[in-house]
Design a protein around this ligand. Structure first.
Ligand SMILES: [Zn+2]
Ligand SMILES: [Zn+2]
Length: 276
């Protein structure tokens, strides 16, 4: 059984339980390692990030747990970091000697206006109308430009939920993923991903939350990734202890059918392959 998760939130950001509660549950499930990836603090207001004043406490707490559970479970301290040019990115957190970094795009930005493609639908809809004038192509290009900026300027270890722009946009633009321009754009982005060597996360949160039928990225994209030889890492993006291995049983057989027999997992300083 695949017992790994390196994408986990906690009560330090928008997760629901303490880091120790996740570890207790992971140990009960039989995990030998577990990684935390709180939303990195941002230099502007955001309710779902670790607040600046709690950031040291977050790092200290994970380090304490590393010692407390040594020999029982390997605990890793990571962050989920956005890339917004000149504002935030993995390089800004280098000094904290994190075990790894997940790079995820949650924001788009135009003319100095920034808004979330994630979060409440109403906020997305407002930004889409007011900042992007309901121009779906402009929004999508802006999102994937940030993905490519990540890879070129400030590469993370894992690329998190990389087609998440579809989350709310699919409601406004049904059939988005079948549109030719979208598919062509994704092909170009996948070439950038392949050239960068970054590991792409397979993220199941959309499925267990009931937002999507497929993981991020969608199975059609995962098939192309396989053809390009891109490495993957399956993670749950858990915000609650009940979500640690949610939907793994549903997604792993599909990944295997696509040809992915292995996932990348973090193991004492290195990303290694492990069989599903
Ligand atoms: Zn995220
Ligand atoms: Zn996350």
């Amino acid at each position: 059984m695949y017992l790994y998760n390196f994408h986990s939130h906690s009560c330090f950001d928008d997760g629901k339980c303490s880091p120790e509660e996740y570890l207790t549950e992971a140990i009960r499930l039989g995990f030998k390692s577990y990684g935390f990836s709180g939303h990195a603090p941002l230099p502007f207001e955001s309710v779902w990030c670790i607040q600046k004043e709690n950031f040291q406490k977050y790092l200290e707490e994970i380090n304490l747990l590393k010692d407390k559970y040594a020999g029982i479970i390997d605990v890793y301290s990571g962050l989920e970091i956005d890339y917004i040019k000149g504002i935030t990115g993995p390089a800004k957190f280098m000094e904290y000697k994190l075990d790894y970094v997940i790079g995820s795009v949650h924001f788009v930005e135009k003319g100095g206006e920034i808004f979330e493609i994630d979060g409440p639908y109403e906020n997305f809809e407002k930004g889409f109308k007011e900042v992007f004038d309901c121009d779906k192509k402009a929004l999508v290009y802006n999102f994937y430009e940030k993905t490519c900026d990540f890879l070129k300027s400030d590469k993370p270890d894992l690329l998190g939920h990389f087609d998440k722009v579809k989350l709310h946009l699919m409601r406004t633009v049904p059939g988005l993923e079948a549109e030719e321009w979208y598919k062509n754009l994704l092909k170009d982005v996948l070439v950038e991903i392949k050239n960068s060597g970054v590991i792409v996360e397979i993220n199941v949160r959309g499925i267990y939350k009931g937002y999507t039928k497929e993981p991020y990225p969608a199975y059609d994209i995962i098939k192309q990734m396989k053809r390009l030889g891109i490495k993957i890492s399956l993670n749950s993006d858990s915000h609650h202890i009940n979500e640690i291995t949610s939907k793994y049983d549903e997604v792993i057989p599909v990944l295997k059918a696509i040809g992915y027999e292995e996932s990348m997992v973090f193991d004492r300083g290195f990303w290694k392959t492990t069989k599903f």
